[in-house]
Design a protein. Structure first.
Length: 218
């Protein structure tokens, strides 16, 4: 696959990663980033690398569902809503999506510079093929730096994990697949945290409504 097409896949995955919000944002961003990095991963690590990326998303979805179910069965306290902004309003003229999109656009030259000027690879240095990895890693870092919610932090963590996994494959060396698996494991971890908190918050909201007695007719 040629370099412009690799860059296009990475750009599209990064665009989704910085824009997606609300529930399931971790899984949606992870799936988009995995697809965006898939051609690069296969080029660096072959078919096992593709299974690493796809597997991290599938395992994240499964463990996220289990964590959400566990959260709904937890009744200690009111819980933290991972979708509620911590310190800023959710909607404004230039909201969080606009800020993240502008920051991602400004990071394009940085990702391009890294791709051509930072050699990666213990055996054969690679130049010019790392734009998707660099761009998506920066997008994940931006989600964390501009985070307003716990969901933002979880999305950024998952995106960085996937980008670091492919970067590790590009590095080569001893057991690159094992290192990629360890880094991609951030996806299930982030999904579990976000889904558990979301399920716990949903249960705490439903509990008071269910406990209110119904008034009889006098």
């Amino acid at each position: 696959m040629n370099e412009p097409l690799l860059d296009l896949f990475g750009f599209l995955g990064g665009t989704v990663a910085v824009l997606v919000d609300r529930r399931r944002a971790v899984l949606l961003a992870s799936a988009a980033v995995a697809v965006g990095l898939m051609p690069s991963a296969v080029g660096f690590g072959g078919s096992p690398a593709a299974f690493v990326l796809a597997g991290s998303v599938v395992v994240g979805a499964a463990l996220g569902g289990v964590a959400r179910l566990a959260g709904t069965r937890t009744h200690a306290g009111g819980g933290i809503d991972p979708l509620v902004p911590v310190y800023a309003p959710r909607r404004e003229l230039f909201g969080p999506r606009s800020l993240r999109l502008v920051a991602a656009a400004l990071s394009l030259p940085a990702a391009s510079w890294i791709s051509y000027n930072v050699p990666v690879g213990l055996i054969v240095p690679i130049r010019g093929m790392l734009f998707p990895v660099a761009f998506l890693w920066i997008c994940g870092a931006l989600r964390i730096l501009l985070a307003r919610t716990i969901e933002d932090l979880a999305v950024g963590t998952a995106v960085i994990g996937l980008a670091a996994a492919v970067g590790w494959l590009a590095r080569g060396g001893v057991q690159p697949i094992l290192g990629a698996v360890l880094m991609a494991s951030l996806v299930p971890l982030a999904s579990m945290v976000a889904e558990f908190l979301g399920g716990r918050r949903a249960a705490s909201v439903r509990a008071p409504a269910a406990s209110q007695p119904t008034e009889g007719v006098a």
